[in-house]
Design a protein around this ligand. Structure first.
Ligand code: HQG
Length: 182
């Protein structure tokens, strides 16, 4: 499968598994899983070329390991990034490193200074364990600005942290007092 085909299929799977399973006439279960055979046949019915082989190649080659297969190989879900309110990945709470990072752009800074980081349309605020990854996340929107989060203090003061299967740290919000601006 071509690079282009893999990328397009990855974007399609992100749409279905994070935001709009209804585009293939399906619903995720309450932990975000979708039956793979059903997904393939529903996608094909709607004119979307998808095969088991293509799906497996996308899962295996995803740069951010965006998707996870169930142990029996029959179901797939996105490891983070959901906007669907009814999905609960049932992640275990985890102790974060001292510092985490968030990549954003200048246009959002005034608002972030005032209210801290908010989850906006997604189910969590996404944080990275290294500044380089946060820089890439910010670059999606323009010239990246990387904020530092005092994760140790947040955790100590009772904020819950979750680590997604693909290494993204998830929190409900980051109040402004834990942020350091560059
Ligand atoms: C900003 C990608 C104003 C925030 C990435 C961000 C990530 C505020 C945007 C994943 C704000 C939300 C998520 C506030 C936050 N005022 N703006 N109070 N609080 N923001 O896309 O972190 O490639 O929902 O800075 O790698 O950019 O899709 O979050 O710019 O892991 O797999 O509001 O998406 O992964 O944007 O990205 P998003 P994000 P994938």
């Amino acid at each position: 499968n071509s690079e282009k085909n893999l990328m397009a299929t990855s974007k399609f799977l992100s749409l279905v598994l994070r935001h709009q399973p209804e585009v293939v006439g399906m619903q995720l279960d309450d932990e975000g899983w979708l039956d793979i055979n059903q997904l393939i046949s529903n996608a094909n019915e709607r004119g979307k070329a998808l095969s088991l082989e293509l799906l497996h190649e996308v899962v295996a080659t995803s740069d951010k390991k965006r998707f996870a297969l169930s142990d029996d190989g029959l179901r797939i879900r996105a490891s983070q990034g959901h906007s669907l309110a009814n999905v609960d990945l049932k992640l275990d709470e985890a102790k974060p490193p001292q510092t985490l990072y968030h990549g954003t752009v200048a246009a959002f800074l005034e608002s972030i200074r005032a209210t801290g980081l908010q989850k906006r349309s997604r189910n969590h605020v996404h944080l990275s364990s290294d500044a380089a990854t946060a820089t890439k996340v910010g670059s999606r929107r323009g010239k990246p600005i990387v904020l530092q989060i005092d994760a140790a203090a947040m955790h100590q003061q009772g904020h819950l942290f979750y680590l997604s299967a693909n290494g993204v740290w998830l929190v409900d919000a980051v109040p402004p007092q834990y942020l350091t601006f560059p």
